[in-house]
Design a protein around this ligand. Structure first.
Ligand code: PEP
Ligand code: MN
Length: 320
């Protein structure tokens, strides 16, 4: 950190700043300039750790997020029924996804919208996992839900609306499952990284970040999908970051182009909404892909991943 003294600050004032820095346990480095003196503050207080190597999150079945593989998580916005989640799971599995998404507890903007099936939704996800071998990711919205979700899911999702729910973040840090932390509705990247620190500081090292767009001024898309966050996070942090072009754009026709761009930008994975019958979806139908569209997306994503020396993660037990 640099402290810039006001023009004309005298020796005694500069000394006082240096003394305060040193009393606080850091070292001070006064740098006199022609106009002003700058005082450098060096050292750290041991809170938060610098980790030079990238975090590679290990998932059951040998899947990893943050290494060479690009992990594709796909499925409906919400778990709606046994038939719906099984059809979605089979479709995304046959296209090559490795993780099934689907909300059982849904954070809806309106209290009158479908709120999810709750515990029943978790049971249906377990059923889909048994049948397809896909891992499951689902959202927890509160402390009670987190306990249930962490018993069931392979990855716990914390949604945009809860990115700064610090008590939930801490609880997620005290349970064992990997956490997918989505960027808040209008959160800066710095705020996203600081929220991740809440989870890490409680002892859970397995955090995956997710860019899902931020509130913008243009109504052409649901959100302003900020793919530069992928490059920024890779520059600043050891944590992996995946991209969600479904919430990022809000329109199914824009999902595949932005998924391609996300893989090209170096995203460590994709989170994509796919529904067997998007027109009947109880939430986010307009941004949900038809299964055939998702199949095509996977073919294209594979080609792009290979072009940059990566590969789309293969389902467990499938030779590549
Ligand atoms: C979701 O993944 O369905 C969801 C609610 O996402 P977000 O928290 O990014 O709005
Ligand atoms: Mn959704």
């Amino acid at each position: 950190m640099l402290i810039i003294m006001r023009h004309g600050a005298d020796e005694a004032e500069i000394r006082r700043v240096c003394d305060t820095i040193e009393e606080m346990g850091y070292q001070s480095r006064p740098m006199p300039g022609r106009q002003r003196t700058t005082v450098g503050l060096v050292g750290n207080d041991g809170r938060g750790e610098w980790q030079p190597e990238p975090t590679v999150v290990q998932l059951p079945g040998g899947l990893t997020v943050g290494g060479t593989d690009v992990v594709v998580m796909a499925g409906p916005c919400s778990v709606e029924s046994e038939a719906q989640i099984l059809a979605a799971a089979r479709a995304v599995r046959s296209a090559g996804a490795t993780v099934l998404r689907g909300g059982a507890f849904k954070p809806r903007s309106s209290p009158y919208s479908f709120q999810g099936l709750g515990r029943k939704g978790l049971e249906l996800l377990e059923l889909a996992r048994r049948e397809t071998g896909l891992l499951i990711i689902t959202e927890a919205m509160d402390d009670e839900g987190l306990e249930l979700v962490s018993e069931t899911a392979d990855i716990v999702q914390l949604g945009a609306r809860n990115m700064q729910n610090y008590s939930l973040l801490k609880q997620a840090g005290r349970q064992k499952k990997p956490v997918l932390l989505k960027r808040g509705l209008s959160a800066t990247i710095q705020e996203l990284l600081l929220s991740a620190e809440y989870i890490l500081a409680e002892g859970n090292p397995n955090v995956i970040l997710c860019e899902r767009g931020v509130r913008g001024f243009d109504t052409s898309t649901r959100n302003l999908f900020d793919l530069s966050a992928v490059a920024v996070v890779h520059g600043l942090s050891h944590l992996p970051i995946i991209a969600d072009p479904s919430h990022g754009t809000g329109h199914r026709d824009m999902v595949t182009p932005m998924a391609r761009a996300a893989v090209a930008a170096g995203a460590d994975g994709l989170l994509v909404e796919v529904h067997p019958q998007p027109d009947r979806a109880l939430s986010d139908g307009a941004q949900s892909l038809y299964p055939e569209q998702f199949e095509r997306l996977m073919v294209e994503a594979r080609a792009i991943a290979e072009a940059i020396g990566r590969r789309i993660a293969a389902p467990a037990g499938v030779a590549v």
